[in-house]
Design a protein around this ligand. Structure first.
Ligand code: GRF
Length: 198
């Protein structure tokens, strides 16, 4: 399965996916990193692992449609089948959604539908909840709203800060994302009720 990982930041999830491929735990090939920030550390990670990167500056394009058309070309060139979002801080638009229907997956650091959007970990701390977690879901046009594929929860203690919580969330993410992707690839990606809904 040929995949492209979309990321805007440090890329620890990108790394865990690459590592899982290398160890044989994930039967896929990371063909491309797509990144919208020229100074993101994830670009270095791609270089270190010999993975091509398509880095673009959204401001240099007229619209989301324009840069997504360019991304789509890069994906087509390489025969990419799945788009794996890992800290990509932009909404996916109709251009990519249409072309990769049911083939775009995201990871989010909360138990969706709670705390969508930015800083989900800070949101959970601020809300004072005692339980949060990680969600992996299919991407639709909304912000963190597509059909949920997998979730794992963890307890927030009174001693937790945003930092300690983020660390434990990342540990879960790095384990859960690769195994969930493998499950999706094994079953061909589209669940029956989603298929019949279209
Ligand atoms: C992760 O917490 C992910 O859930 C969220 O963005 C963060 C990316 O972290 N969507 P990293 O760049 O993979 O380290």
């Amino acid at each position: 399965v040929k995949i492209a990982v979309f990321a805007s930041g440090s890329g620890s999830n990108f790394q865990s996916i690459v590592d899982s491929v290398q160890s044989g735990q994930l039967d896929a090939s990371v063909e491309l990193l797509v990144c919208d920030k020229s100074n993101a550390y994830v670009i270095e990670r791609a270089e270190q692992n010999g993975i091509e990167a398509f880095v673009f500056n959204p401001k240099e394009y007229q619209s989301k449609t324009e840069y997504e058309k360019k991304i789509a070309l890069e994906l087509q060139k390489r025969g990419i089948e799945y788009l794996i979002l890992a800290g990509y801080m932009r909404l996916i638009g109709p251009t990519l959604l249409r072309e990769f229907e049911n083939r775009i997956i995201n990871i989010h650091p909360s138990l969706l539908p709670m705390f969508p959007g930015k800083d989900a970990i800070g949101q959970a701390i601020a809300a004072g909840v005692s339980l949060t977690g990680v969600t992996i879901h299919y991407v639709d046009e909304g912000m963190d709203t597509g059909p949920i594929i997998a979730q794992e929860s963890l307890t927030i203690t009174e001693h937790d800060t945003a930092e300690t919580l983020a660390e434990r969330i990342h540990e879960i993410e790095h384990r859960l994302y690769p195994i969930t992707l493998q499950t999706i690839f094994n079953r061909g990606g589209v669940r029956h009720h989603e298929k019949s809904a279209h």
